[in-house]
Design a protein around this ligand. Sequence first.
Ligand code: ATP
Ligand code: MG
Ligand code: FE
Length: 337
Amino acid sequence: VLILAIESSCDETAASVVLNGRTVLSNVISSQIALHTLYGGVVPEIASRKHMEQINQVIELALQEADVTLDDITAIGVTYGPGLVGALLVGVAEAKAIAFAKHKPLVGVHHIEGHISANYIEHPELKPPFAALVVSGGHTHLVIVKDYGEYEIIGRTRDDAAGEAFDKVARAVGLGYPGGPKVDKLAKEGNPDAIAFPRAHVDGSEYDFSFSGIKSAVLNYINSCEMKGEEINRADLVASFQKAVVDALVSRAMHAVKEYNMDTLAIAGGVASNSALRAALQKECDKTGVKFYSPSPIFCTDNAAMIGAAAYYEYKKGVRHGWDLNAVPNLKLGERI
Ligand code: ATP
Ligand code: MG
Ligand code: FE
């Protein structure tokens, strides 16, 4: 089964050809980061327009690099939610047009299911059930992957997503957009124990997260230093912030693995490329005899290969979408529309 996968939910226009859900024949990503950096974040209208400009050549390149034609493709997979509606629509319309013209089945994919499925690409032995920690720009979920395409969300953030917290703190210390990779890099030069930021406690659920408190504590710290005229050590600041976030993620993920009797933990989403988070989870998993999986950084942030991996398992389940497939900006994980 050869899937042509298309992803356009945010600010990456991406296409990929994936064989049997696990072998990536091509993975083309056209990022708009440079464009949105001017505004300090993603501007939805600009994102849609750029997707329109890029999508045909991105798909063309993906087919070329995989050395296949549209006739060789078994089915078209496309992200239809969640994400920016105008951005999603470009990919959905394109996928429908190709599927219609070439008489191919159309399979709509949930973006976060894609992020989780990125783990299948480089780990052929990974199979459900397993626990997954999803940490991206818009989501922070603890998920039990019961089977392919079957998810139980056991914890989520009450406020900011992990990636959002990284981006906001980066902006506050003048590192620019997107902040995650820049914080990651600068934190390597800092002392993570320099400043004691609060470890968010969330009432009610043992698996829920909260990052707005940590973010506010960082902003307050910066303000009070400025008022006192004290120099801020930015490396220490971001290292301490990163440690607070990583601690919160690791403690809840490991707790879930234990309580749900899972022998495997996988991470997914853009923040899963964070070096401190990967190292901390690897260490805890080694200590407790849990198998730990993470995608290579290129498969952590938005790409279409992960959509191809997810689309394959949906296709095998018999999921097919019609010409009425629409973008669903707030699509829930595990929900099929
Ligand atoms: P979602 O997947 O929730 O719809 P998104 O697609 O915008 O959101 P991703 O592409 O999965 O998000 O991830 C982007 C996020 O990952 C950004 O917030 C970015 O700052 C963060 N990120 C990327 N690399 C790192 C890193 N090394 N450390 C921390 N955060 C990172
Ligand atoms: Mg992005
Ligand atoms: Fe994403």
